[in-house]
Design a protein around this ligand. Structure first.
Ligand SMILES: Cc1cc2nc3c(=O)[nH]c(=O)nc-3n(C[C@H](O)[C@H](O)[C@H](O)COP(=O)(O)OP(=O)(O)OC[C@H]3O[C@@H](n4cnc5c(N)ncnc54)[C@H](O)[C@@H]3O)c2cc1C
Length: 454
């Protein structure tokens, strides 16, 4: 099929459901239709994958949003090189179901597998293995990008400026219609996991610094509400792909099991906001109590990497006002910022469920890529508490002045003046944008709100 199917006008928002706006939505199935849209559209154009970025990155008020789901081909797996060609609209969910039975896995997966290849490249997403394997773009051999000045196939060697501006560039260099990915071999679809509980944040962080390198995957969950004694409990979960010899007989028939669809869905009619201070306290308590110390326990891939994917539309639990996810990264020498941020959140009394702490290895060269060597903390906050905007503004200042940054794929509210402080290579990004989009066709609500230069 060629052309564009299913053109419509729709209201769109990110996963946090804040700031919805209306735009025309097209679902092209070939590069020529995207090029045609670039020539004729006057109100801005941006690509959209599966809408899992939390804020306004994949919407363009009054303009055109290009849904990439029409680019859905999964090519033949090349067993000798461990690579595969995939369309920009393919989800990691579908890709995993395709490759796991043959003993392959994606080199990097974020905390949900309902993201598209284009979205994973545009945010240069990271997983629990950044300290070992870097971010998604590190494993992209090449990608094909439709821009307002033409269609280009670029790699880290062929046009590295355009490649790295696209990795992390939040769709502002064009539409990724396909990519070749380097995969990793796995013997089973199980992860061998060690878990440990900590009563103090400093003990957790020093354990991660000392021994994360022994594991491919590492993530810690923090109780940001704080304990009576002012300490913050945490659970550290680390693991590696289990070799076939580690699978007991009772699991043999499931040794390369593929992830399934969500077991339950939150209905659109879910009452009000179900996430509040009381429910967060109860959930944190339940999680902490159920996470005992364990060594070598076997977890299916889906439960280990994507625990939230078991519940469809879980974002509706935050109610119609939605929620913000706040994620920042700071240099390795500024672990004190993590402690200060956690302390400030606890004193504010604003509930945050699922505070997730990870360590980053060296960042990629992308001028807008989020990852930088050090620490990253991600938090969900329901919208509504009157003190939330001031709390997050204060955290922004703290992070910016420590040489850190917030993650644009999660952002819905950063003040524009802090963007150049957090992303000092914005002029490099603007130079590439001017080359591929001299008239400024590509735009999103995010780029307009933050004044991302082009
Ligand atoms: C539960 C959950 C857990 C998450 N965990 C993590 C995590 O652990 N690590 C992490 O890094 N991120 C994480 N994320 C964020 C998510 O991985 C990113 O926001 C990702 O970009 C979403 O992909 P998408 O296909 O939904 O893209 P969308 O949200 O639709 O778009 C995101 C950006 O990508 C651009 N884009 C989309 N498709 C294309 C394309 N074909 N060509 C060019 N640009 C395109 C859009 O313009 C937009 O700027 C998580 C999100 C959720 C909801």
């Amino acid at each position: 099929m060629t052309g564009t199917v299913e053109a419509s006008h729709r209201q769109l928002s990110g996963w946090g459901r804040t700031a919805p706006t209306r735009a025309r939505v097209d679902r092209p199935v070939d590069a020529a239709s995207i090029a045609g849209a670039f020539r004729t559209q006057t109100g801005g154009v941006i690509a959209r994958g599966l809408g899992r970025s939390y804020g306004d990155a994949a919407q363009c008020s009054g303009g055109l949003t290009i849904e990439a789901s029409g680019f859905s081909d999964i090519g033949k797996l090349d067993d000798s090189s461990g690579t595969i060609d995939v369309g920009g609209g393919v989800s990691l969910h579908d890709l995993m179901r395709h490759i796991i039975p043959s003993g392959w896995f994606v080199a990097v997966t974020p905390g949900t597998r309902y993201v598209s290849i284009g979205g994973a490249i545009a945010a240069d997403v990271h997983g629990k293995n950044h300290h070992r394997d870097g971010s998604f773009a590190n494993h992209v051999v090449e990608l094909t990008l439709v821009t307002p000045t033409g269609t280009f196939t670029v790699s880290q060697d062929a046009d590295p400026e355009l490649f790295w501006a696209t990795a992390g560039g939040m769709g502002l260099t064009g539409v990724v219609i396909s990519a070749t990915l380097r995969l990793i071999p796995i013997e089973t679809s199980w992860i061998r996991v060690d878990s440990q509980r900590f009563a103090r944040l400093d003990d957790l962080m020093s354990t991660m610094e000392d021994s994360d390198h022994r594991y491919r995957y590492s993530v810690a969950w923090l109780d940001c509400l704080g304990h009576r004694d002012g300490n913050h409990r945490s659970v550290l979960t680390r693991g590696d792909h289990a070799p076939s010899g580690a699978i007991p007989d009772r699991l043999r028939s499931r040794s390369r099991e593929v992830p399934g669809d969500p077991r339950v869905r939150v209905p659109r009619s879910a009452p009000g906001r179900l996430v509040n201070r009381l429910s967060v306290r109860a959930l944190n308590e339940a999680w902490f109590r159920s996470s005992s110390r364990s060594v070598g326990s076997l977890h299916p891939l889906s439960g280990f990497f994507h625990p939230l994917d078991g519940v469809g539309d879980w974002n509706l639990l935050y109610g119609p006002a939605g929620f913000v996810q706040y994620q920042f990264a700071v240099p390795a020498t500024r672990g004190d910022v993590v402690a200060e941020a956690v302390g400030a959140i606890a004193s504010s009394g604003i509930p945050s469920f699922l505070a997730v702490l990870k360590r980053f290895g060296p960042g990629t060269p992308g001028p807008l890529s989020f990852s930088q060597e050090g620490w990253t903390l991600a938090l969900d906050f329901p919208l509504g508490p009157p003190g939330l905007p001031a709390l997050l503004d204060d955290l922004d200042e703290l992070v910016a002045h420590a040489g850190g940054r917030v993650y644009l794929a999660k952002d819905a509210r950063l003040r524009p003046e802090l963007l150049p402080v957090m992303y000092p290579r914005l002029p490099d990004f603007a130079a590439v944008r001017r080359r591929v989009d001299p008239v400024g066709v590509l735009a999103s609500d995010l780029s307009r709100r933050l004044g991302i230069p082009g």
